[in-house]
Design a protein around this ligand. Sequence first.
Ligand code: ADP
Length: 535
Amino acid sequence: MFGLNQDFPLLLSSVLEHGAANFGDVPVVSVNRDEAVRLNYATAAARARRLGSSLRRLGFGPETMAGSLAWNSHRHFELFYGMTGIGAVLHTANPRLPPAQICYTINFSGYRTLFIDLDTIELVEGLAPRLETVRQYVLMAPPGALPDTTLTDVICYEELIEAGDPDFVWPDLDERTACLLCFTSGTTGDPKGALYNHRGTVLNAMSTGAGNGWGLSANDAILAVPGFFHCNGWAIPFFGPMFGAKLVMPGRRADTEWLHRLIVEEGITVGPGVPTIWLSMLDHCRERGLSPGRMNRIFSGGTAPPLAMIEAYLRDFGVRTIHGWGMTETTSGATMSFAPSSLPEQEALEVMRTPGKPLFGSAIRIADDNDGLLPRDGATPGNLQVRGAWSAAGYFRRPEIDTVTADGWMRTGDVATIDPDNTLHIVDRAKDVIKSGGEWISSQALEDAACRHLAVAEAAVVAIPHPRWQERPFLIVVPRTEVSAEDLLTHLAGLVPKWWLPDSIAFVKELPHGPTGKLAKNILRDWIGQGKLIP
Ligand code: ADP
């Protein structure tokens, strides 16, 4: 027997319209190069409707796709809705990928129209000869801002808005219709596409934004630091209209001074980003005696945040860290730490340093190399597998990649332990774990321990081959102030087992970061291979 509820498909257009109807005057702020635009959910939704109707006129709709290569702005936000609301798919290409990989993801997806902005136009001019299917560019810029360009067939985005219908009614779609496409950053082989549907995207935003996740409400103002092209923009484009939170989009600029200014001037309450961003912000505030304004929590994802950072934010500024685990294949977050306010400080820190528990709609387990289940005893490490309403069931146009187990769980490539209460602890990426004499050393745990030394600004640990032990850890440090290798070893000896102590330590001015701001250990390995970095 079926229940008598109404059919209410979970569509992105309904998220936007919810924002417009209920939080119509909440600001949507876009500050980009020389342009500062202040809209609200009512005006942004009207523009998205205009765009949707114009795109329909151009032939977009179900079974069609277009791409964007752009930074976070109100136009990119509108495009998320304008394109997906009419049943088409938007591939958010990542401008931080190496050019060959950007071309690969666009050619592989094979669409005709690419949305770009003034900060990516030069990049696109360079890529254009290698883009096999793109024939038309839409420049998301103020009216009349088209610079001299070698690109042909460039449409002005604002003309599409101008010509569109602000009262356009979004079509009904099946909630399983595909809406957005993101690629992994391809550190091992070609990037792989995760094709999200409306239902998974809406449920992901509802669950990750709710109380035990980001805890969002109309009291909040979110700074959209993570690129909209990374993991569905960490659900940020949907959080705003869904929870009535103010949304501030900083464009291409990601320097600390600029972000700090926005945090203070725009009354930001939640700052999301990879730990590198928040580490720099911490130094910036400390060195200048500044405070992070109204910001009361950061959302740290993408890689493990150092405990020292979580501790400093809480103690110096009362800023709590929400720490989440996720991957491109899980839309955005799948697990999140939640430290109830009743917890004593030390216990709260222990919770915040873990990526927490699965949010409703998502489940985790660990298994051996044959998919045999391993215990949730907080000690046994295994291959992390994930299942849920917003986890990938396979890769876009790559049916040959076998990533899902016979019983429907996705293999993540991460090694983890799980506590009896289901708290996740990421040991390492399977390819980063250091296999020493048959035992495993977690590069992430060693990096975390190194960062707890006050003189260490950032640390990376990679495996180096060893004739007897197979692999041993090599620690590479960016010093904040002068420090010796002996000092660091003494510090580490108090925090990790003796056999984990690195065999060698190097000091560098800067560590390489990948297209999403994470440590790029593949580049470090190349440096070692090329003799640029000697253990
Ligand atoms: P890429 O693989 O290109 O970095 P993703 O952003 O999809 O692209 O990365 C997902 C991976 O990031 C996860 O498989 C995991 O290894 C790592 N990761 C994400 N969140 C965390 C976290 N909180 N702690 C440790 N590692 C994390």
